[in-house]
Design a protein around this ligand. Sequence first.
Ligand code: NAP
Length: 439
Amino acid sequence: MATCLRLRSCAAFCSWRGVSAKERSSLLRKWYDLMIQNKDDLAKIITAESGKPLKEAQGEILYSANFLEWFSEEARRVYGDIISTPAKERRALVLKQPVGVAAVITPWNFPSAMITRKVGAALAAGCTVVVKPAEDTPFSALALAELANQAGIPPGVYNVIPCSQKKAKEVGEALCTDPLVSKISFTGSTATGKVLLHHAANSVKRVSMELGGHAPFIVFDSANVDQAVAGAMASKFRNSGQTCVCSNRFLVQSGIHDSFVKKFAEAIKTNLHVGNGFDERTTQGPLINAKAVEKVEKHVSDAISKGATVVTGGKRHHVGKNFFEPTLLSNVTRDMLCSQEETFGPVAPVIKFNTEEEAVAIANAANVGLAGYFYSQDPAQIWRVAERLEVGMVGVNEGLISSVECPFGGVKQSGLGREGSKYGIDEYLELKYVCFGGL
Ligand code: NAP
């Protein structure tokens, strides 16, 4: 099936690349309009397949649709260049051309938006795509296919290949080694990203990698504590802590530490409700599967065994076996697992620090660097810390930073390339230099 879809996508590329930018733009716009018309059903699909609270799923659908709208606009703004050369009889041009067939592999935590963020850019550039969604969440990808069809996007331009986890390895390898595929765009864990990079190396494919994070959230003494708590709630507990930009380590300066921990605990107890995603009161759905809960449990018990204090939460929730209590840990130290790797669950570990130097050193002591957040009212400190954090995205006095207009991506082992924004389309374009001589 994978081979068949790659051939189909390759055949479609030959005609799609020749469709005018204006026409590609208007088809993407129709796809966007259909997403908006069907937003309630699309959101219910996300909640049904991932457990995400319905309100969040509705938010994801708008975010997801916005990528199609944004790239429908960007499709018409792909400009080349004319370069002056020292030779009088020559002129130099730079053309931008679509890379070719793109294989798109996406995770379960944003089953719709992780697809459109890539596919919007790819189609706008003139590429065709083969999408492999996560086993846990294939239906959003398939619903998008139905709407693409209704929008008039030609057959073969957007293809989906759902497969079981058992087959993911095989399909991933087939996509990454196939000579008909020119580009791999992956969002998921750093471990899987490395495997795919390895496969793609042999045929030297273009790659974009959106990988894992381990975001620091720093609260300096000068911070407005209420703002910091609101930011912490937003950046930690969205999707029950299962986002790549979720704060994973809270570094809090000694002067503000106790007041921050007290108010953060109150906010967690008051504002978070664990339950069925379709229940209106629910803010925290289940974790995606049993393995995810086991990892969270392991991080919490490791922290407790090394001296952390459970301020609130700390165990599985009685609602069901895949639910975990929103958890706040204090007295956390750097040797604990939760300080060293992504937890991907509703656990907020707080580490106390004394100086700015120390906070930046702890924040940067990670082999990944996706997002980072800090709260401070000191302008000089804001510039210093924003420049020194080794991450691709920084929230200054802000806990929610993603938007289609801004570049999303990381440094170190958090990935390669950027998605969204005016830069996102470049990932699907090749530069071709054309030298006109003999003039
Ligand atoms: P994952 O295990 O790497 O899976 C991601 C995708 O890759 C899924 O479609 C999965 O299929 C597939 N896959 C797994 N092993 C594969 C292999 N050997 N070959 C080919 N495909 C393979 O990641 P996850 O646990 O689902 O997602 C969570 C991770 O994604 C976290 O680390 C998070 O930080 C990261 N993430 C990053 C971003 C970003 O923009 N930087 C955004 C969201 C998530 P199956 O599900 O069927 O196994």
